[in-house]
Ligand binder design. Sequence first.
Ligand SMILES: [Zn+2]
Length: 444
Amino acid sequence: MNSGEYWNPVLETLPREKLQQLQLKKFKSILKWAYENSPFYRSLYKGAGLEPGDIKTLDDITKVPKTEKAMLREAQGKEPYPYGSILSVPIEQVTEYRQTSGTTGQPVYHPETWQDWDWSAESWAYALYAQGYRDYDRVFLPFGYSVNIAFWAGHYAAEKIGCEVVPGGVLDTEARILKMKELKATALMATPTYILGMADTARKKLGLDPAKDLNIKKITAAGEPGACIPATKKRMEEMWGAKVYDQIGATEIGHWGFECQAQAGLHILEAFHLVEIEDIETGATITEPGKKGSMVITTFDRFAHPCIRFDSKDVIEWNPVEKCECGRTFRRLKGGVVGRADDITKVKGVLLAPTAIEEVVRSIPELGDEYEVTVTKKGDIDDITLKMEIAPDFKGNIEAVEPKLVQQLRLKTGLRYNLEFHDYGTLPRYGVKAKRFKDLRHKE
Ligand SMILES: [Zn+2]
Protein backbone atom coordinates (compact mmCIF):
# COMPACT_ATOMS: atom_id res chain seq x y z
CA MET A 1 0.00 0.00 0.00
CA ASN A 2 2.68 2.46 1.01
CA SER A 3 4.62 3.11 -2.17
CA GLY A 4 6.07 6.34 -0.81
CA GLU A 5 5.75 7.87 -4.32
CA TYR A 6 2.97 10.32 -4.99
CA TRP A 7 4.10 11.73 -8.29
CA ASN A 8 1.89 10.03 -10.83
CA PRO A 9 3.08 11.11 -14.28
CA VAL A 10 0.17 9.40 -16.01
CA LEU A 11 -2.47 11.09 -13.89
CA GLU A 12 -0.84 14.41 -13.08
CA THR A 13 0.39 15.36 -16.55
CA LEU A 14 -2.62 14.22 -18.58
CA PRO A 15 -3.37 16.51 -21.53
CA ARG A 16 -6.56 18.49 -20.86
CA GLU A 17 -8.67 16.50 -23.28
CA LYS A 18 -7.77 13.19 -21.63
CA LEU A 19 -8.24 14.66 -18.17
CA GLN A 20 -11.72 15.83 -19.13
CA GLN A 21 -12.58 12.35 -20.44
CA LEU A 22 -11.50 10.94 -17.08
CA GLN A 23 -13.56 13.56 -15.22
CA LEU A 24 -16.68 12.83 -17.28
CA LYS A 25 -16.33 9.10 -16.65
CA LYS A 26 -15.92 9.68 -12.90
CA PHE A 27 -18.76 12.22 -12.76
CA LYS A 28 -21.16 9.77 -14.42
CA SER A 29 -20.06 7.03 -12.08
CA ILE A 30 -20.68 8.98 -8.83
CA LEU A 31 -23.99 10.34 -10.20
CA LYS A 32 -25.21 6.81 -10.92
CA TRP A 33 -24.03 5.64 -7.52
CA ALA A 34 -25.87 8.44 -5.70
CA TYR A 35 -29.04 7.93 -7.75
CA GLU A 36 -29.10 4.21 -7.01
CA ASN A 37 -28.03 4.31 -3.36
CA SER A 38 -29.12 7.59 -1.77
CA PRO A 39 -32.83 8.41 -1.28
CA PHE A 40 -31.84 12.10 -0.95
CA TYR A 41 -30.17 12.27 -4.36
CA ARG A 42 -32.75 10.04 -6.06
CA SER A 43 -35.59 12.29 -4.96
CA LEU A 44 -33.63 15.44 -5.88
CA TYR A 45 -32.96 14.15 -9.39
CA LYS A 46 -36.43 12.66 -9.94
CA GLY A 47 -37.90 16.01 -8.93
CA ALA A 48 -35.79 17.66 -11.63
CA GLY A 49 -36.71 15.00 -14.22
CA LEU A 50 -33.10 13.87 -14.47
CA GLU A 51 -31.84 10.34 -15.09
CA PRO A 52 -28.10 9.61 -14.75
CA GLY A 53 -28.07 8.52 -18.41
CA ASP A 54 -28.98 12.08 -19.48
CA ILE A 55 -25.40 13.20 -18.84
CA LYS A 56 -23.39 12.53 -21.99
CA THR A 57 -20.86 15.38 -22.09
CA LEU A 58 -19.24 17.71 -19.55
CA ASP A 59 -21.50 20.48 -20.85
CA ASP A 60 -24.52 18.46 -19.71
CA ILE A 61 -23.57 18.56 -16.06
CA THR A 62 -25.24 21.94 -15.47
CA LYS A 63 -28.53 20.02 -15.83
CA VAL A 64 -27.73 18.28 -12.54
CA PRO A 65 -29.32 20.16 -9.60
CA LYS A 66 -26.87 21.78 -7.21
CA THR A 67 -26.68 20.93 -3.53
CA GLU A 68 -25.80 23.19 -0.62
CA LYS A 69 -25.09 22.97 3.07
CA ALA A 70 -28.65 23.75 4.20
CA MET A 71 -29.97 20.77 2.18
CA LEU A 72 -27.43 18.43 3.78
CA ARG A 73 -28.36 19.67 7.23
CA GLU A 74 -32.07 19.24 6.51
CA ALA A 75 -31.59 15.63 5.37
CA GLN A 76 -29.64 14.70 8.51
CA GLY A 77 -30.59 13.78 12.05
CA LYS A 78 -32.86 11.02 10.71
CA GLU A 79 -32.44 7.30 10.06
CA PRO A 80 -29.95 5.84 9.35
CA TYR A 81 -28.99 8.01 12.29
CA PRO A 82 -27.43 10.55 12.23
CA TYR A 83 -26.65 10.72 8.51
CA GLY A 84 -30.17 10.41 7.09
CA SER A 85 -31.08 9.91 3.46
CA ILE A 86 -27.78 11.05 1.91
CA LEU A 87 -26.00 7.99 3.26
CA SER A 88 -25.30 5.77 0.25
CA VAL A 89 -23.80 2.70 1.89
CA PRO A 90 -25.13 0.37 4.61
CA ILE A 91 -24.37 2.09 7.93
CA GLU A 92 -22.33 -0.93 9.03
CA GLN A 93 -19.73 0.09 6.45
CA VAL A 94 -19.14 3.51 8.04
CA THR A 95 -15.82 3.58 9.90
CA GLU A 96 -15.17 7.31 10.45
CA TYR A 97 -17.31 10.07 11.96
CA ARG A 98 -16.47 13.71 11.26
CA GLN A 99 -18.47 16.94 11.37
CA THR A 100 -18.26 20.49 10.11
CA SER A 101 -17.35 23.16 12.64
CA GLY A 102 -21.03 24.20 12.89
CA THR A 103 -21.46 27.93 12.48
CA THR A 104 -25.18 28.56 12.41
CA GLY A 105 -26.15 25.99 15.00
CA GLN A 106 -26.23 22.45 13.67
CA PRO A 107 -23.03 20.93 12.25
CA VAL A 108 -23.14 18.72 9.14
CA TYR A 109 -22.28 15.11 9.98
CA HIS A 110 -19.87 13.35 7.68
CA PRO A 111 -19.50 9.56 7.44
CA GLU A 112 -16.70 7.77 5.63
CA THR A 113 -16.13 4.13 4.87
CA TRP A 114 -12.61 2.78 5.23
CA GLN A 115 -12.30 3.02 1.44
CA ASP A 116 -13.45 6.66 1.47
CA TRP A 117 -11.06 7.46 4.27
CA ASP A 118 -8.21 5.93 2.30
CA TRP A 119 -9.29 8.15 -0.62
CA SER A 120 -9.10 11.20 1.69
CA ALA A 121 -5.59 10.32 2.81
CA GLU A 122 -4.61 9.55 -0.79
CA SER A 123 -5.79 12.96 -2.03
CA TRP A 124 -3.75 14.70 0.69
CA ALA A 125 -0.74 12.54 -0.13
CA TYR A 126 -0.65 13.88 -3.70
CA ALA A 127 -0.61 17.42 -2.31
CA LEU A 128 2.03 16.80 0.36
CA TYR A 129 4.28 15.08 -2.17
CA ALA A 130 3.90 18.11 -4.47
CA GLN A 131 5.04 20.25 -1.53
CA GLY A 132 8.17 18.18 -1.08
CA TYR A 133 7.17 15.83 1.75
CA ARG A 134 9.28 12.68 1.56
CA ASP A 135 9.96 9.59 3.67
CA TYR A 136 12.84 11.29 5.52
CA ASP A 137 10.54 14.01 6.92
CA ARG A 138 9.44 14.10 10.55
CA VAL A 139 6.06 15.82 10.48
CA PHE A 140 4.56 17.53 13.52
CA LEU A 141 0.78 18.01 13.76
CA PRO A 142 -0.27 20.55 16.40
CA PHE A 143 -4.07 20.24 16.22
CA GLY A 144 -6.88 19.06 18.49
CA TYR A 145 -7.56 15.57 17.00
CA SER A 146 -11.28 16.00 17.69
CA VAL A 147 -14.60 15.50 15.86
CA ASN A 148 -13.72 18.09 13.22
CA ILE A 149 -11.76 16.91 10.18
CA ALA A 150 -8.96 19.52 10.54
CA PHE A 151 -5.64 17.80 9.76
CA TRP A 152 -6.71 14.18 10.34
CA ALA A 153 -6.29 13.24 6.66
CA GLY A 154 -2.97 15.12 6.57
CA HIS A 155 -1.76 12.85 9.37
CA TYR A 156 -2.66 9.67 7.43
CA ALA A 157 -1.34 11.10 4.14
CA ALA A 158 2.07 11.86 5.62
CA GLU A 159 2.19 8.27 6.90
CA LYS A 160 1.26 7.00 3.41
CA ILE A 161 4.20 8.90 1.93
CA GLY A 162 6.40 7.28 4.55
CA CYS A 163 7.03 10.31 6.77
CA GLU A 164 7.37 9.90 10.51
CA VAL A 165 4.30 11.58 12.05
CA VAL A 166 4.28 13.16 15.51
CA PRO A 167 0.74 13.82 16.82
CA GLY A 168 0.90 17.00 18.94
CA GLY A 169 -2.69 16.66 20.12
CA VAL A 170 -3.33 17.68 23.72
CA LEU A 171 -0.03 19.47 24.30
CA ASP A 172 -0.24 23.23 24.83
CA THR A 173 1.52 25.60 22.42
CA GLU A 174 4.73 25.86 24.44
CA ALA A 175 4.98 22.09 24.87
CA ARG A 176 4.38 21.62 21.14
CA ILE A 177 7.20 24.00 20.26
CA LEU A 178 9.58 22.29 22.67
CA LYS A 179 8.65 18.87 21.26
CA MET A 180 9.31 20.08 17.69
CA LYS A 181 12.69 21.37 18.85
CA GLU A 182 13.56 18.20 20.76
CA LEU A 183 12.67 15.94 17.81
CA LYS A 184 14.11 18.24 15.12
CA ALA A 185 10.78 18.04 13.24
CA THR A 186 11.14 19.08 9.58
CA ALA A 187 7.55 19.80 8.58
CA LEU A 188 4.38 21.13 10.13
CA MET A 189 0.67 21.51 9.27
CA ALA A 190 -1.57 24.14 10.88
CA THR A 191 -3.89 27.07 10.26
CA PRO A 192 -2.18 30.37 9.33
CA THR A 193 -3.40 31.98 12.56
CA TYR A 194 -1.83 29.22 14.60
CA ILE A 195 1.38 29.19 12.53
CA LEU A 196 1.88 32.86 13.36
CA GLY A 197 0.68 32.43 16.95
CA MET A 198 3.14 29.61 17.58
CA ALA A 199 6.03 31.72 16.31
CA ASP A 200 4.92 34.51 18.60
CA THR A 201 4.77 32.18 21.60
CA ALA A 202 8.18 30.71 20.76
CA ARG A 203 9.74 34.14 20.82
CA LYS A 204 7.90 35.75 23.72
CA LYS A 205 7.49 32.83 26.10
CA LEU A 206 10.44 30.58 25.27
CA GLY A 207 13.00 33.02 23.89
CA LEU A 208 13.33 30.89 20.75
CA ASP A 209 13.58 32.08 17.16
CA PRO A 210 11.74 29.44 15.07
CA ALA A 211 13.77 30.34 11.97
CA LYS A 212 17.06 29.66 13.81
CA ASP A 213 16.29 27.36 16.73
CA LEU A 214 13.84 24.96 15.08
CA ASN A 215 14.35 22.73 12.07
CA ILE A 216 11.03 23.22 10.20
CA LYS A 217 11.61 23.37 6.43
CA LYS A 218 8.07 23.31 5.08
CA ILE A 219 4.66 24.19 6.44
CA THR A 220 1.27 23.26 5.02
CA ALA A 221 -1.24 25.98 5.87
CA ALA A 222 -4.95 25.12 5.71
CA GLY A 223 -8.25 25.88 7.39
CA GLU A 224 -8.44 29.58 6.57
CA PRO A 225 -7.00 32.05 4.06
CA GLY A 226 -3.45 33.18 4.86
CA ALA A 227 -1.01 31.28 2.73
CA CYS A 228 -2.81 32.72 -0.32
CA ILE A 229 -2.37 36.29 0.99
CA PRO A 230 1.15 37.26 -0.14
CA ALA A 231 2.00 39.49 2.87
CA THR A 232 0.87 36.87 5.38
CA LYS A 233 2.70 34.09 3.56
CA LYS A 234 5.91 36.14 3.50
CA ARG A 235 5.53 36.81 7.20
CA MET A 236 5.04 33.14 8.04
CA GLU A 237 7.98 32.12 5.84
CA GLU A 238 10.26 34.69 7.45
CA MET A 239 9.21 33.81 10.98
CA TRP A 240 9.78 30.11 10.46
CA GLY A 241 12.60 30.16 7.89
CA ALA A 242 10.46 27.66 5.96
CA LYS A 243 8.40 27.36 2.78
CA VAL A 244 4.67 27.78 3.40
CA TYR A 245 2.15 26.08 1.10
CA ASP A 246 -1.53 26.84 0.77
CA GLN A 247 -3.89 23.89 0.95
CA ILE A 248 -7.67 23.73 0.93
CA GLY A 249 -10.55 21.39 1.62
CA ALA A 250 -13.84 21.14 3.44
CA THR A 251 -15.51 18.37 5.43
CA GLU A 252 -18.32 17.76 2.90
CA ILE A 253 -16.03 18.04 -0.14
CA GLY A 254 -12.74 16.55 0.96
CA HIS A 255 -9.35 18.06 0.18
CA TRP A 256 -9.46 19.62 -3.28
CA GLY A 257 -6.66 22.15 -3.76
CA PHE A 258 -2.97 22.55 -3.04
CA GLU A 259 -0.01 24.72 -3.82
CA CYS A 260 3.02 22.93 -5.30
CA GLN A 261 6.69 23.82 -4.79
CA ALA A 262 6.44 26.41 -7.60
CA GLN A 263 4.12 28.41 -5.28
CA ALA A 264 2.27 29.85 -8.26
CA GLY A 265 -1.41 29.39 -7.57
CA LEU A 266 -3.57 26.62 -6.14
CA HIS A 267 -3.71 23.39 -8.18
CA ILE A 268 -7.12 21.75 -8.19
CA LEU A 269 -6.85 18.02 -7.62
CA GLU A 270 -8.65 17.39 -10.89
CA ALA A 271 -8.32 13.61 -10.89
CA PHE A 272 -10.36 13.61 -7.65
CA HIS A 273 -12.73 16.55 -8.22
CA LEU A 274 -14.55 18.54 -10.85
CA VAL A 275 -14.59 22.28 -10.18
CA GLU A 276 -16.95 24.69 -11.93
CA ILE A 277 -16.90 28.45 -11.43
CA GLU A 278 -20.25 30.22 -11.59
CA ASP A 279 -20.88 33.90 -12.09
CA ILE A 280 -22.24 35.10 -8.73
CA GLU A 281 -24.94 37.26 -10.34
CA THR A 282 -25.96 35.36 -13.47
CA GLY A 283 -25.05 31.77 -12.58
CA ALA A 284 -23.32 31.37 -15.97
CA THR A 285 -20.27 29.10 -16.07
CA ILE A 286 -16.95 30.94 -16.11
CA THR A 287 -14.32 29.02 -18.06
CA GLU A 288 -11.74 31.72 -18.66
CA PRO A 289 -9.41 33.64 -16.31
CA GLY A 290 -10.13 37.26 -15.45
CA LYS A 291 -13.41 36.93 -13.60
CA LYS A 292 -14.13 35.80 -10.06
CA GLY A 293 -17.03 33.47 -9.35
CA SER A 294 -18.47 31.03 -6.84
CA MET A 295 -17.25 27.43 -6.75
CA VAL A 296 -19.49 24.45 -7.53
CA ILE A 297 -17.65 21.22 -6.88
CA THR A 298 -18.13 17.48 -7.35
CA THR A 299 -16.10 14.90 -5.48
CA PHE A 300 -15.35 11.61 -7.26
CA ASP A 301 -14.80 8.16 -5.75
CA ARG A 302 -16.08 8.92 -2.26
CA PHE A 303 -19.17 6.81 -1.83
CA ALA A 304 -20.69 6.97 1.68
CA HIS A 305 -21.75 10.61 1.44
CA PRO A 306 -21.57 11.77 -2.19
CA CYS A 307 -20.87 15.45 -2.83
CA ILE A 308 -22.27 16.34 -6.26
CA ARG A 309 -22.38 19.87 -7.66
CA PHE A 310 -22.02 21.29 -4.18
CA ASP A 311 -22.37 25.07 -4.03
CA SER A 312 -19.47 25.81 -1.71
CA LYS A 313 -19.76 29.62 -1.99
CA ASP A 314 -15.97 29.91 -2.11
CA VAL A 315 -15.00 32.78 -4.39
CA ILE A 316 -12.30 31.72 -6.85
CA GLU A 317 -10.78 32.62 -10.21
CA TRP A 318 -8.92 30.63 -12.88
CA ASN A 319 -5.18 31.23 -13.14
CA PRO A 320 -4.21 32.92 -16.41
CA VAL A 321 -1.21 30.66 -17.07
CA GLU A 322 -2.15 27.13 -18.02
CA LYS A 323 1.18 25.35 -17.55
CA CYS A 324 2.89 25.09 -14.16
CA GLU A 325 6.65 24.66 -13.91
CA CYS A 326 6.14 21.61 -11.67
CA GLY A 327 4.84 19.74 -14.73
CA ARG A 328 1.35 19.05 -13.37
CA THR A 329 -1.48 19.81 -15.77
CA PHE A 330 -4.12 20.09 -13.02
CA ARG A 331 -5.60 23.57 -13.49
CA ARG A 332 -4.70 26.28 -11.02
CA LEU A 333 -6.61 29.04 -9.29
CA LYS A 334 -5.25 32.55 -9.04
CA GLY A 335 -4.53 33.39 -5.39
CA GLY A 336 -6.45 30.47 -3.86
CA VAL A 337 -9.86 31.10 -2.32
CA VAL A 338 -10.25 34.86 -2.26
CA GLY A 339 -13.43 35.13 -0.24
CA ARG A 340 -16.91 33.85 0.45
CA ALA A 341 -20.00 34.40 -1.62
CA ASP A 342 -22.07 34.98 1.52
CA ASP A 343 -21.27 36.88 4.68
CA ILE A 344 -19.77 34.04 6.65
CA THR A 345 -16.25 34.82 7.74
CA LYS A 346 -13.46 32.87 9.43
CA VAL A 347 -12.27 33.93 12.85
CA LYS A 348 -9.51 31.98 14.61
CA GLY A 349 -9.93 29.33 11.93
CA VAL A 350 -13.63 28.84 12.76
CA LEU A 351 -16.37 29.86 10.33
CA LEU A 352 -18.40 32.60 11.96
CA ALA A 353 -21.80 33.73 10.77
CA PRO A 354 -22.81 37.05 12.33
CA THR A 355 -26.37 35.72 12.50
CA ALA A 356 -25.28 33.08 15.03
CA ILE A 357 -24.14 35.82 17.42
CA GLU A 358 -27.38 37.67 16.91
CA GLU A 359 -29.29 34.54 17.73
CA VAL A 360 -27.49 34.25 21.09
CA VAL A 361 -27.66 37.93 22.07
CA ARG A 362 -31.34 38.13 21.31
CA SER A 363 -32.15 34.94 23.19
CA ILE A 364 -31.03 36.54 26.47
CA PRO A 365 -33.79 38.74 27.92
CA GLU A 366 -31.44 40.82 30.10
CA LEU A 367 -29.81 42.18 26.93
CA GLY A 368 -31.03 44.77 24.43
CA ASP A 369 -31.34 44.09 20.70
CA GLU A 370 -28.31 46.05 19.61
CA TYR A 371 -24.85 44.62 19.58
CA GLU A 372 -21.60 45.08 17.75
CA VAL A 373 -18.88 42.62 16.89
CA THR A 374 -15.38 43.82 16.13
CA VAL A 375 -12.67 41.47 14.94
CA THR A 376 -9.10 42.76 15.12
CA LYS A 377 -5.65 41.27 15.28
CA LYS A 378 -3.88 41.17 18.62
CA GLY A 379 -0.36 40.40 17.50
CA ASP A 380 -1.11 37.68 15.00
CA ILE A 381 -4.13 36.21 16.74
CA ASP A 382 -7.69 37.19 15.92
CA ASP A 383 -9.37 39.04 18.77
CA ILE A 384 -13.15 39.43 18.97
CA THR A 385 -15.01 41.98 21.02
CA LEU A 386 -18.75 41.73 21.48
CA LYS A 387 -20.45 44.90 22.71
CA MET A 388 -23.99 44.57 23.97
CA GLU A 389 -26.56 46.78 25.57
CA ILE A 390 -28.30 46.11 28.85
CA ALA A 391 -32.07 45.82 28.36
CA PRO A 392 -33.76 49.13 29.29
CA ASP A 393 -35.89 47.64 32.05
CA PHE A 394 -33.20 45.43 33.58
CA LYS A 395 -32.11 46.58 37.03
CA GLY A 396 -30.05 43.66 38.35
CA ASN A 397 -26.38 42.77 38.10
CA ILE A 398 -25.56 42.24 34.42
CA GLU A 399 -22.42 40.21 35.24
CA ALA A 400 -24.77 37.46 36.39
CA VAL A 401 -25.75 36.67 32.78
CA GLU A 402 -22.14 36.29 31.69
CA PRO A 403 -21.76 32.54 32.26
CA LYS A 404 -24.91 31.80 30.24
CA LEU A 405 -23.77 34.14 27.49
CA VAL A 406 -20.27 32.66 27.31
CA GLN A 407 -21.69 29.14 27.18
CA GLN A 408 -24.21 29.94 24.44
CA LEU A 409 -21.66 31.78 22.32
CA ARG A 410 -19.24 28.90 22.67
CA LEU A 411 -21.98 26.43 21.73
CA LYS A 412 -23.36 28.35 18.75
CA THR A 413 -20.17 29.86 17.35
CA GLY A 414 -17.29 27.86 18.86
CA LEU A 415 -15.50 31.06 19.89
CA ARG A 416 -14.58 33.15 22.93
CA TYR A 417 -15.19 36.91 23.03
CA ASN A 418 -14.18 39.97 25.02
CA LEU A 419 -17.56 40.95 26.42
CA GLU A 420 -18.56 44.56 26.98
CA PHE A 421 -21.86 45.68 28.48
CA HIS A 422 -23.02 49.18 27.63
CA ASP A 423 -25.92 51.30 28.82
CA TYR A 424 -29.08 51.07 26.77
CA GLY A 425 -29.14 53.41 23.78
CA THR A 426 -25.37 53.95 23.51
CA LEU A 427 -24.51 51.65 20.58
CA PRO A 428 -25.08 52.79 16.97
CA ARG A 429 -28.55 52.28 15.49
CA TYR A 430 -29.18 51.33 11.87
CA GLY A 431 -32.10 51.96 9.58
CA VAL A 432 -32.28 49.50 6.67
CA LYS A 433 -29.05 47.53 6.72
CA ALA A 434 -27.09 47.06 9.92
CA LYS A 435 -23.33 46.99 10.05
CA ARG A 436 -22.95 45.21 13.35
CA PHE A 437 -20.05 43.07 12.21
CA LYS A 438 -16.79 44.91 11.77
CA ASP A 439 -13.83 42.96 10.46
CA LEU A 440 -10.82 45.20 10.92
CA ARG A 441 -8.15 42.53 10.47
CA HIS A 442 -7.03 43.50 6.97
CA LYS A 443 -7.37 47.22 7.40
CA GLU A 444 -4.59 47.87 9.85
ZN1 LIG B 1 2.62 23.21 -9.93
